[in-house]
Design a protein around this ligand. Structure first.
Ligand code: ASP
Length: 276
């Protein structure tokens, strides 16, 4: 599934398409699969509801960066598409809850019943072993650079299972769970509160001024481990398309190598940038 998602983005890039379209296509595939904690498959909050967050950011050469985020959604199949609509069709950067869902209608994105977003797996996980849900990660994200020099990052999540209703995840916050700037693009997963406090993705992208992409990823995760003792993971790409990723918790990474036209699944245990 990871490879299918990366291939969806790769097909766009191979045909000269935009990084923004590639990351939205990739994240949408993952949102649609119940294996991931995003879109359909999102974990349940303490009230037994799905509440999803997502954000996207792109930077085009010579133009100011653009971004959009959404939070606390229960009735949107693909939150990442709504985040894009916020970026492209609203004067705002972050819309939440009922207001975001109202905006979706005006942007031509249909709403579904909240129960439609609850997968059998999410329901089972919540109730196995009693009402106390386990903390679970599984946020999805994508980063890309295209042949025109544009870069984009997108992230989508159902958050932490058992979270309080109304919690906003780092995945909705530009600079925290998602960031794209002139030096690169990044997307994060892990403990949302720590990621927001660290401004993790922005820090990592800014550090590309002196670090390689793998070093920037490792540095970001080492920093959040040391300062907050937090579990996190990050993927990033610099403007030349060099990738970096690091994690101190379970994370899977798949990549597209345009030079050879190949997609690869990187094993979580053997990824070159993995943190101990
Ligand atoms: N970052 C998400 C959150 O805090 C969880 C995750 O990455 O899986 O809710």
């Amino acid at each position: 599934m990871m490879l299918a998602a990366v291939r969806a983005g790769a097909a766009i890039l191979k045909n000269g398409g935009r990084a923004l379209d590639a990351v939205i296509a990739t994240v949408s595939v993952l949102e649609n699969h119940p294996l991931f904690n995003a879109g359909y498959g999102s974990v349940l909050n303490s009230a037994g509801q799905v509440e999803m967050d997502a954000s996207v950011m792109e930077v085009n050469p010579g133009a100011p960066p653009r971004a959009g985020g959404v939070a606390a959604l229960s009735r949107i199949r693909n939150p990442i598409k709504l985040a894009r609509a916020v970026m492209e069709h609203s004067p705002h950067l972050l819309l939440v809850g009922a207001g975001a869902e109202r905006f979706a209608r005006s942007a031509g994105i249909s709403l579904c019943r909240p129960e439609m977003m609850i997968s059998p797996r999410a329901r089972e996980r919540r109730w196995i072993g009693g009402a106390k849900a386990k903390r679970g990660y599984g946020t999805v994200g994508a980063v890309a650079v295209d042949a025109h020099g544009s870069m984009a990052a997108a992230t989508s999540t159902g958050g932490m299972s058992g979270k309080l209703p109304g919690r906003v995840e780092d995945s909705a916050i530009i600079g925290a769970g998602t960031f794209a700037g002139p030096l690169g693009a990044a997307s994060a997963t892990g403990h949302g509160e720590a990621i927001i406090l660290a401004g993790l993705c922005r820090e990592a992208v800014d550090s590309l001024v002196k670090l390689s992409a793998p070093q920037a990823a490792r540095n970001a995760i080492a920093g959040i481990s040391q300062t907050a003792g937090a579990e996190a993971g990050i993927i990033l790409v610099d403007r030349r398309g060099r990738i970096g990723y690091a994690h101190n918790a379970a994370m899977e990474v798949a990549t597209f190598d345009p030079a050879h036209g190949l997609c690869h699944l990187r094993s979580p245990a053997t990824g070159p940038a993995r943190q101990p």
